[in-house]
Design a protein. Sequence first.
Length: 250
Amino acid sequence: MAVTVKSEREIILMRESCRLLAVVHRELEEKLRPGMTTLDIDALGEKIIRQLGCVPNFKNYNGYPASICVSVNDEVVHGIPSKNRVLNEGDIVSLDAGLIYKGYHSDAARTHGIGEISPEAAKLIDVTRESFFAGIKMARAGNHLYDISNAIASYVRPYGYGIVRELMGHGIGTSLHEEPMIPNFAQRRRGMKLQPGMTLAIEPMLNMGTPDVEWLDDDWTVVTRDGAISAHYENTVLITDGEPEILTLY
Ligand code: MF3
Ligand code: CO
């Protein structure tokens, strides 16, 4: 799927899709409790998405069996919700959600602590979020795509966290995944020029340990190879003539 530049009409639809997704994330965050299962989160998320009149875009995407990706501790992304996986105090959980509104996709992820978490885990979550904001400072028309990647990587470097390389951000619009791919690690080339009207899902994934990941036998769940915890932060962003608009913030 090629890079697309959205028209004014499409931008209005993207904004609404993303605004509704922000509502989903806010409600999920508010309901998160120790003792919940990851399947409870999926069921709740799907219910909220449908009550808003939207469709969960992850469900059945390449065979993914749920609406919300719920990834706990050493799970990086694409955890499959299960009635047997209970959230406990001290866990960190990444919720990745998306929806379709009038044909337009939105995509956003947050990592939350369950109850009290270690200062080290809290720091990883903070730096992951901050690295996104470092990246989007460069998300301006006339800059190049990999300016974003390099800004994320430079921000993370002093902390020593592992930046996941196998998974990247992406363009988004009438498809969940459009070109271009957006790496979160340093690039030697500049990449394509950014234009107003591009909508991008920018999504750093940081590991407390090494960057290396593996796939579980379910063929979805991505885990850290060393078993250390991992955090994820993602928003859908609009490139404009000036400051980027972060469409999935509440
Ligand atoms: N948010 C994920 C991404 O950006 C999408 C999950 S793919 C799914 O790639 F199949 F798990 F839904
Ligand atoms: Co995404």
